[in-house]
Design a protein around this ligand. Structure first.
Ligand code: C2E
Ligand code: CA
Ligand code: CA
Ligand code: CA
Length: 279
């Protein structure tokens, strides 16, 4: 640390050392977690709003830490990205999500297969072998490419390079669909719709939260839905928590939705029970 003044030294040094220490510990923990398979997936249903039927699932990762218990993704994904550990973790998520979805589809009417949505980090998109990794996850699981949706955030697309676009196009060429996550929260959402070959818009929860009681939020949400329709994209409303929001969104012709109103992210066992109840 820089010795600017005596006081600053005394205040900053221990704090920095502590957080650095903690960072190192967590990094070591993450490496161990990958080797010991401490990650788990939860699956949240994505529902066709008009009929209530389940059209697909979003896979959401959790870290089952041996001492600290269940760690939510926002508490470890940033560090996993910084250290590159997101690459093996993300590949596991992708393979596991495809495997589970294929296994559920094998028990369903082949005419209405479920899709599975997987979140991708920018660090994964930086890897030249990403299209290959995706292709292999599909081939090994037997999941049709049409049933896989890759979710990308706007922030991921902000500082894209030409190679990023090429990789996304290679993944699209497999038949996989692309979704823009948290739509409307970035600075130039509309530009991405032109530049990237997206199929699905996921309307951020912050719009959905207020759709029932703030006129501006309702207008923006309905506007995004209409934009989606005009571009022949599917629209998914995120974070639906009550019947008022649902009726507002259904009235606006939003095609799909997810949120605690329907179901929280479920364990694989709970999802099996929801999809195929033992009567
Ligand atoms: P996201 O992709 O926007 O996922 C939606 C988040 O909202 C999930 O949080 C979900 O549990 C939560 N959620 C769903 N419905 C509701 C609702 O009605 N109310 C409220 N309050 N929340 C709801 P989760 O599982 O904690 O994930 C947080 C974020 O972590 C995700 O946001 C995603 O950006 C990231 N993430 C999760 N899994 C992965 C992964 O496998 N890879 C990568 N790179 N990121 C992931
Ligand atoms: Ca997502
Ligand atoms: Ca989201
Ligand atoms: Ca509300």
């Amino acid at each position: 640390a820089k010795k600017k003044g005596k006081d600053q030294y005394a205040v900053f040094e221990p704090v920095m050392r502590e957080s650095f220490q903690r960072h190192l510990e967590m990094e070591a923990d993450l490496r161990r977690a990958v080797l010991r398979h401490e990650f788990e997936l939860r699956f949240q249903p994505i529902v066709r709003l008009r009929t209530g039927e389940i059209s697909g699932l979003e896979a959401l990762v959790r870290w089952q830490h041996p001492e600290r218990g269940m760690i939510p993704p926002l508490d470890f994904i940033p560090l996993a990205e910084e250290t590159g550990m997101i690459v093996p973790i993300g590949e596991w998520v992708l393979r596991e999500a495809c495997r589970e979805a294929a296994q559920w589809n094998a028990q369903r009417d082949p005419a209405s297969p479920l899709s599975v949505s997987v979140n991708l980090s920018a660090v994964q998109l930086d890897r030249p072998d990403l299209p290959e990794v995706v292709g292999k996850a599909l081939a090994d699981s037997g999941l049709p490419a049409r049933c896989l949706i890759i979710e990308l955030t706007e922030s991921l697309l902000v500082d894209h390079r030409q190679e990023t676009l090429g990789r996304l196009e290679a993944i699209k060429a497999l038949g996989v669909r692309l979704a823009i996550d948290d739509f409307g929260t970035g600075y130039s959402s509309l530009a991405y719709l032109r530049r990237f070959p997206v199929d699905i818009i996921k309307i951020d929860k912050s719009f959905v939260d207020d759709v029932g009681d703030v006129p501006a939020a309702a207008a923006l949400t309905l506007g995004i839905i209409q934009l989606g329709q005009a571009l022949q994209l599917s629209t998914v409303a995120e974070g639906i928590e009550d019947a008022g929001q649902l009726s507002e969104l259904t009235g606006g012709n939003c095609e799909l939705g997810q949120g605690y109103y329907f179901a929280e992210p479920l364990t694989s066992e709970a999802m099996q029970e929801l999809l195929f109840p033992r009567s």
